[in-house]
Write a protein that binds this ligand. Structure first.
Ligand code: BG6
Length: 519
């Protein structure tokens, strides 16, 4: 269980997680070096891992254990000197990294070869005898096509079986399925091998401190909740704009697109945190049930309605922060006549008592003017009787913005009197920045997720029904697009998305918050 108070504590309060062996499938892949190793390194600096903690990397790439350690040490060093990315260290603390590096083991093997799992079982058994515990977490940092196979193979050699000597947990990366039917099929397949309580389906947005904080802000403060409903809120806008293009991920992205890549998972996490009812407690299942409920209440549009409430765009040439960008269709591993969207905007309605009639607009895109993830709550306009016949002008509606990244905080926009003899209205912002109050340790977001899995807290992971609710809510959009004859709309790189996305709002008499540097 994650209590809100525990969630606010700084890492110094962290108790070391129980001893365990972390088995990483896909140990030579990008995720391992870019995120998992930095996260383990940060956990080691926080002394959040037990002295009996160990890692076994599994991958088909032939390597010795020494090579594996050297490869990861080099990649950690490259992350530090190269800058950028999620890892914010400016120098590698060799004591903390040495602590991890000394615990790294490696096993060369194919994921679909039963022999790999027999050898792994032998390793874990030997280790259990030496260390006195049999706890193991299997982390699937592999291509999604291996998820079902690896879990079945683990089951076949008995590695998914928990005993009184040890837990067995399985972490599954995204994307979990490519639509509702495939997500349901994968859930059935893996639930044949392991119990729901052993499965930790990742959505890395849940590892972000500020995403977790939405719940604390909503439920630990008295003044938001009374206003948090259809009587006071006009609409909600959820934005995840990125400045990066698809970079080296063309092969994956071209068959995926922005809708599948971002909406049923990350964007719906933000939506669920914003719109869910208060859970009865911070117990993992209480929280996850409320989240599933609100996503289940998202209206399933008819094919015609889905078409009207969906905008898909693809970035064209342009420049992002002064850097020239080529069109998406010319990116490596992307088909030159690709019709894949790199931008999507949707209008959703939540058919429940609290939100009836309040639209939720969602947009996410790559190669845009700014990197910004935020949730904007626009309140209904105050009655304007007092100002209607004065030069003051009508007050703008109040706006509350949760900024998730890059600079986390909350701001509140309201009207104030401009100084002077006549009454004129001006808009002012009250701004709270996390960094002004809390000195957070550098984090990739994966620290919390790995640590929570090691201590057995599934609150920040997706249950089978959460995943299925997300896919089921986007399925009408996937279906209508599959049947549509028109293509994606091009938008200029470094802009704020296709024109049709503006129309999605203006036809309702609303407008997106601007996406320009400095806004
Ligand atoms: C990933 C998507 O899950 O999330 C990427 O596959 C996207 O396409 C990324 O860039 C965004 O995450 P973050 O943490 O950089 O906002």
């Amino acid at each position: 269980m994650k209590s809100p108070v525990a969630a606010c504590h700084l890492p110094d309060d962290t108790e070391p997680a129980p001893p365990s062996t972390l088995v990483i499938f896909g140990a030579s892949g990008d995720l391992t070096k870019r995120l998992l190793m930095p996260a383990l390194y940060n956990l080691s600096r926080e002394k959040a891992l037990d002295t009996a903690f160990e890692v076994i990397g599994v991958d088909h790439v032939e390597r010795s254990e020494d090579d594996f350690r050297a490869y990861l040490t080099n990649s950690m060093q490259a992350l530090v000197t190269g800058g950028g990315g999620e890892f914010e260290a400016t120098a590698l603390d060799m004591e903390a990294w040495g602590w991890i590096a000394g615990r790294l083991g490696y096993l060369t093997g194919d994921f679909d070869n039963p022999e790999t799992y027999h050898r792994l079982a032998g390793r874990l058994e030997k280790r259990a005898k030496e260390s006195g515990h049999a706890n193991a977490v299997f982390y699937l940092a592999t291509a999604p096509r291996f998820f079902g196979t690896v879990i079945e193979q683990l089951g076949a050699v008995g590695l998914s079986r928990e005993t009184e000597h040890g837990f067995r947990r399985i972490v599954i990366e995204k994307p979990f399925g490519t639509d509702l039917a495939s997500a349901e099929a994968l859930n059935r397949r893996i639930l044949n091998v392991a119990g729901e309580s052993q499965l930790y389906r990742i959505d890395h947005f849940l590892g972000k401190e500020t995403v977790q904080n939405i719940m604390v802000l909503r439920f630990a403060n008295g003044f938001f909740e009374p206003l948090w409903n259809r009587d006071h809120i006009d609409h909600v806008q959820i934005t995840a704009a990125e400045t990066v293009g698809v970079e080296q991920r063309g092969r994956f992205y071209d068959t995926t697109g922005a809708l599948r890549d971002m909406v049923p998972n990350h964007m719906f996490q933000l939506l669920a945190m914003t719109a869910m009812e208060a859970p009865n407690s911070f117990d993992a299942d209480a929280v996850r049930s409320e989240k599933a409920k609100v996503i289940e209440a998202v209206r399933r549009w008819s094919p015609e309605e889905a078409m009207e409430n969906l905008v898909r765009g693809q970035y064209d040439a342009g420049s992002v922060r002064g850097r020239p960008m080529r069109p998406y269709a010319q990116e490596p591993d992307v088909s030159p006549d690709s019709n894949t969207e790199t931008y999507v905007a949707l209008k959703l309605m939540i058919d429940n008592w609290r939100w009836a009639g309040v639209p939720f607009y969602i947009r996410t895109g790559k190669s845009m003017a700014v990197r910004r993830t935020e949730i904007a709550i626009q309140f209904k306009q105050a009655p304007s009787i007092l100002f209607r016949d004065t030069p003051a002008g009508l007050p703008d509606p109040n706006l509350m913005v949760f900024r998730i990244q890059p600079s986390e905080g909350v701001s509140l926009r309201f009207a104030a009197k401009v100084p002077g003899r006549t009454v004129r209205l001006g808009e002012v912002d009250m701004d709270f920045r996390y960094s002004d109050y809390f000195a957070a340790e550098p984090s990739t977001g994966y620290e919390t997720l790995i640590y929570d899995c090691l201590i057995g807290d599934p609150t920040l992971f997706q249950r089978a029904d959460n995943i299925q609710a997300g896919w089921s809510a986007v399925q009408p959009f996937l279906d209508c697009w599959a049947q549509a004859s028109d293509g994606v709309q091009l938008y200029e790189s470094g802009g704020s998305g296709p024109l049709a996305a503006d129309t999605l709002m203006t036809r309702d008499g609303r407008a997106w918050l601007p996406l320009r540097p400095g806004t």
